[in-house]
Design a protein around this ligand. Sequence first.
Ligand SMILES: [Zn+2]
Length: 318
Amino acid sequence: MILIGRSHRVPVKLCMGAADGGRGRVYFAPGRTAGRPAPSLPETRTPAMPELPEVETTRRGLVPHVEGAYVTGVAVRHHGLRWPVPRGLGAKIAGRRIAALRRRAKYLLFDLGDATLIVHLGMSGSLRITRADEPPGPYDHFDLRLGEKVIRLRDPRRFGAVLWQRGPPDTHPLIAGLGVEPFGPDFTPEFLFAASRGRKVAVKQFLMNASIVVGVGNIYASESLFRARINPRLRAGRLSRAACARLHAAVRETLERAIEAGGSSLRDFVGSDGEPGYFQQEYCVYGRDGEPCSVCSTPVRRIVQGARSTYFCPVCQR
Ligand SMILES: [Zn+2]
């Protein structure tokens, strides 16, 4: 079995210069085997859901196995994902060739010519490649069959999605209203400046607004603002052009580092039940309240914005 997006147990350092100490880690463990207890997490750490870097890592891991392959069928063991898996999907998809596997925001798009299979990992989903005769686990709700191989969706919390779209994927209601891609040509410092004019919302919430730019979730918003030395409470409309330029670079660098960390964690995994390792990342500020800032040693602060935790350095991010 080959697992995608898993890591060895060595923490992945995203923050150069951050003191280690075994803290400030977030565990990415969406593919846990049923009944296996979760690793004990310090109080302020939460298990991370798949964010854009994990989805992109998954995509890159799957590409060599799926592009050019023919779909032979599907197995739907639970239709009740976030939205129902379409009935009759097997008949629609069987015999089609996967021309490409793309990503838009956190949606994986299996390009089937005049149709698209859209997969979202939700809160806890993971995809793996396995042999068709490998017995499914209790949370293995969906298989995309490619002959001897199977792309298997494991999703304990069932917030993931498997959807069918005739025609180009960008007309799908879930995708049509999305903002720009952080690595796309439309995401520029000037775009950030223009999009933030007149906005009274805090810059952290502005960054997390997927109708503006996609893929900057709660963790990466805190990390990007630290890297850009911008106070997360600043009103978005007050961002200067210079701050927008720093923020633009910081968002890209933060996400790129996370994708690289995920890519370096791709590994072949052979085991009877495919028990994955746990993906750990270390952050500059996220999850580090009270710990010394890696730049100036001031204790990192935690505040709540829009019911989500924000972490920042009150000195570096004035
Ligand atoms: Zn600092």
